[in-house]
Design a protein around this ligand. Structure first.
Ligand code: SAH
Length: 397
């Protein structure tokens, strides 16, 4: 089994933080508390928070020195106690199609012997750039077709760690004012932003980490900072039904459902969470999703597995099930990974399936697999540390 990834295009050392907590990735409330902790008087907290916010999230500042409108004294105080360090980028890989994958290492949290690694993927198209972020290290769901589910180590990412992925991405592709744009790979040519969309479709189940995801969405969408429209932030879930209403009402993000099957017996196997929250309950939660409308449709993801879920009858059943829900359907060709027990459906099967869905009135784009050559496509993510561990295990067998 060859788990080796293609050559790494570059390695970056960690930003020096000298053990000082970073302000990058904090919420407004968090920044306010940090300012209070170094003696900024309560009457100034709001204004100072707004200044820092602008520098950190609008400009992508890397040092307190840059913060021209913050007094020298305060800059020195900030610098003595805090940093603007980003998590470490251990590796960057660039696919032949321009997709970039970063392996990001977060500093160890309380009690952790070492840092946690996650993968984050940037998918450029001509008119948009989509960043796929992780919400957990690994995943507990064990969906049978997903590589991430085979990773053991699992913990929730903090709000700060989720937001930091977007800051790292914008750093790396020069998406802050005045930053250098990379010459390799591909960049969107239309629109003013390289990261225009964010999807929580990396590692982990976002709705098992709801509070942190909700707070991260509010920072990502803040109009004075990273400024992503909530219509361009999509949270994908395997179907944690009790949290779905809150995702709409509290986070206001777009919803994507990893459906993959139209019958409970099959979905129980592909997405074991279905045993807890079966199709009926899941679709009912979608029918009442706060904010869903024809202009804000729910995305249903359906991975095409050869001989498993890809018949015309299943396509028709899918259409029947989604009746009454403002939906779009995303057909995803299965992306293989080492040792996967499935194959991707034949192309004509996928087309047939797509035609049935399309003729029923749904947009049914077949998602072009992106970044397959660097294992960056849907369901292929698994942190390098785990791969290295597996390789070491193989070597010692
Ligand atoms: N846990 C959340 C977030 C992960 S999203 C969820 O399940 O929605 C990742 C998406 O990629 C999901 O739709 C998942 O079902 C899909 N996926 C996983 N493995 C895949 C594979 N090997 N090929 C294609 N899509 C896959």
């Amino acid at each position: 089994m060859d788990l080796a990834a293609p050559a790494l295009s570059c390695l970056t050392p960690a930003l020096e933080s000298a053990g000082k907590p970073s302000l990058v990735g904090t919420t407004r409330a968090g920044l306010g508390q940090m300012l209070a902790s170094i003696g900024v008087p309560p009457s100034e907290i709001r204004m100072r928070t707004a200044q820092l916010w602008h520098w950190i999230y609008y400009r992508g500042a890397n040092s307190f020195d840059e913060m021209a409108n913050v007094s020298k004294v305060l800059r020195a105080k900030l610098d003595a106690q805090f940093s603007l360090a980003r998590p470490e980028v251990i590796a960057e890989q660039i696919s032949s199609d321009g997709t970039r994958k970063w392996l990001i290492r977060f500093a160890p949290k309380d009690g952790e012997a070492k840092g946690a690694d996650v993968e984050c993927v940037y998918i450029p198209e001509s008119d948009r750039g989509t960043l796929c972020v992780s919400s957990q290290v690994g995943c507990t769901l064990t969906c049978s077709f997903c590589h991430t589910g085979t990773q053991n180590l699992v913990r929730n990412l903090t709000t700060q760690e989720i937001i930091a992925q977007a800051v790292v991405a914008r750093d790396r592709i020069g998406d802050f004012p005045g930053m250098k744009v990379p010459e390799d790979g591909l960049m969107p040519t239309e629109g003013s932003r390289f990261v225009s969309n964010i999807v929580f479709m990396g590692m982990g189940e976002p709705l098992y980490n709801f509070d942190h995801v909700r707070d991260a969405v509010s920072v990502l969408a803040d109009g004075e900072g990273l400024s992503l429209s909530k219509r361009r932030i999509t949270v994908s879930t395997a179907g944690v039904v009790p949290q779905i209403p809150a995702l709409g009402s509290e986070a206001g993000a777009m919803l994507a459902i990893s459906l993959h099957a139209v019958r409970d017996d099959l979905r129980d196997k592909l997405v074991p969470l279905n045993k807890k929250y079966p199709l009926r309950a899941l679709l009912d939660a979608c029918k009442t999703y706060p904010g869903a409308s024809n202009a804000r449709r729910i995305t249903f993801e359906y991975v095409m597995l050869k001989g498993i879920n890809d018949t015309p009858a299943e396509a028709r059943e899918l259409v029947r099930l989604l009746k009454g829900i403002p939906a779009k359907i995303n057909l995803i060709p299965f992306n293989p990974w080492p040792g996967a027990p499935y194959e991707c459906s034949d192309w004509e099967r996928i087309e047939r399936f797509s035609d049935i869905v399309f003729n029923a009135g749904y947009a049914s784009p077949v998602r072009t697999p992106r970044g397959r050559d660097i294992l960056a496509a849907c369901g292929q993510l698994k942190s390098e540390t785990e791969k290295l561990r597996a390789r070491a295990r193989l070597a010692s067998d």
